[in-house]
Design a protein around this ligand. Structure first.
Ligand code: NAP
Length: 223
């Protein structure tokens, strides 16, 4: 069975990815901001701490995993959304969003590139947001979150080019407006359904998809 590493399994979409892949028989490496949140009721699974802003935790996880082949990495950990209005912006939080949402995935792929190459699927997927699409921004605001996800998309595009020779397919997926803590109230898509459909998008990814942004139903999104 393939091996998947998922970040941000404490709650929400990451936790559901870990549970569904474990349910499908995959070997799951679930990472947590707080390892006390480990998933206890989804069968055998590896658990590890990983704050994606902490280089020392990346080093420790790399040391633990060694040359373990990883078929798929789902870079899910993220924070958002509000930083206030112009005139009262929280620049500390703007910076934090960039560090978690954009730099975190970059450090993740840099750390585990060799593990992906050792796998047979070779897929690196980041959970982005349509709020990172400049073309789809018709309502303004959310400076930090939009910039962090647009930055992530730019990073993913470069990764797609740079990792193509190594056979790694890179794709960003918008999960929909999902009923998690991150999605806030009134979200339209149940988390189990969003993840089920994203797993199908991931399953169907081919080399020609590398560098693209999709939504959870597989529709391409503009930059
Ligand atoms: N829900 C939506 O409608 C929606 C829409 C578009 C995109 N997304 C994206 O989907 C992803 C998952 O979000 P979600 O909706 O599942 O929200 P969530 O429940 O808040 O999940 C985010 C997870 O990331 C973890 N996390 C936060 N900072 C971290 C760090 N420094 N290192 C490692 N993990 C960290 C959180 O841990 P704690 O809970 O312990 O803080 C949490 O488990 C995010 O990238 C988000 O931007 C969500």
């Amino acid at each position: 069975m393939p091996t998947v590493l998922v970040t941000g399994c404490d709650t929400g979409i990451g936790r559901e990815f870990a549970r569904q892949y474990a349910g499908a028989g995959w070997d799951v490496i679930a990472t947590y901001l707080d390892p006390a949140n480990r998933i206890a009721d989804a069968g055998p699974m590896r658990h590890a701490p990983l704050d994606v802003t902490d280089p020392a935790q990346f080093t420790a996880l790399k040391r633990d995993l060694g040359e373990t082949a990883i078929d798929l990495i789902v870079s899910n950990a993220g924070i958002g959304l509000d930083t206030g209005k112009l005139g009262s912006l929280d620049f500390g939080y703007v910076r934090a969003m960039y560090e978690v949402n954009a730099m975190g995935p970059l450090r993740l792929v840099e750390t585990f590139e060799a593990n992906l190459v050792a796998g047979s699927m070779r897929r690196f997927v980041a959970i982005t947001s349509r709020m990172g699409s400049i073309a789809l921004n018709l309502s303004g605001g959310h400076y930090g979150y939009r910039a962090s996800k647009a930055g992530l998309n730019a990073i993913m595009r470069s990764l797609a080019i740079d990792l193509f020779e190594r056979g790694i397919t890179v794709a960003s997926i918008h999960p929909g407006w999902v009923d998690t803590a991150g999605g806030g109230g009134n979200a339209a898509v149940p988390v189990a359904e969003s993840v089920r459909q994203m797993r199908e998008v991931i399953r169907c990814l081919g080399n020609h998809d590398t560098g693209q942004v999709y939504d959870y139903r597989g529709f391409a999104l503009p930059w």
